[in-house]
Ligand binder design. Sequence first.
Ligand code: UDP
Ligand code: MG
Length: 136
Amino acid sequence: MSKIQQTLSIIKPDAVERNLEDNIKKIFTENNLGIKESKKIQITKDEAAEFYKVHQSKPFYNDLCDYLSSGPIVVMILEGENAVVANRKLMGATNPKDAEENTIRKLYGISIDKNSVHGSDSIENAKKEIDFFFKN
Ligand code: UDP
Ligand code: MG
């Protein structure tokens, strides 16, 4: 049964800065995830704090919010079969050291914090995150 879904992807500042936008987009499109929307923006620390508020009790929260707001990012709506899980597979593990070969984080991630991409982790969060960036 076909399960066409949408998910939110972010190319984080470390990857935008290294001009990896086209390389990363190619990985999505070559793996049957269409890019329905894409925009390059910079967010404030307050917006980053709202976006990542699920992590507010974690020791890395403050640095994470500083980081996501530190430079331009590319936010995208990806669409395709099982898009949430398909995107997470293409991304690889949170820590690039643990990521499988040929995943985005293995190819391009620098460290656990500068790991090049964000991807929604569930259908419910995908909807919330898409609304966060694309609802007017
Ligand atoms: N992160 C970090 N230190 C940690 C764990 C996570 O800096 O010890 C950052 C990392 O950039 C990660 C983000 O916080 O991508 C969100 O963490 P999560 O566990 O949700 O990982 P993800 O879903 O991005 O794989
Ligand atoms: Mg996560």
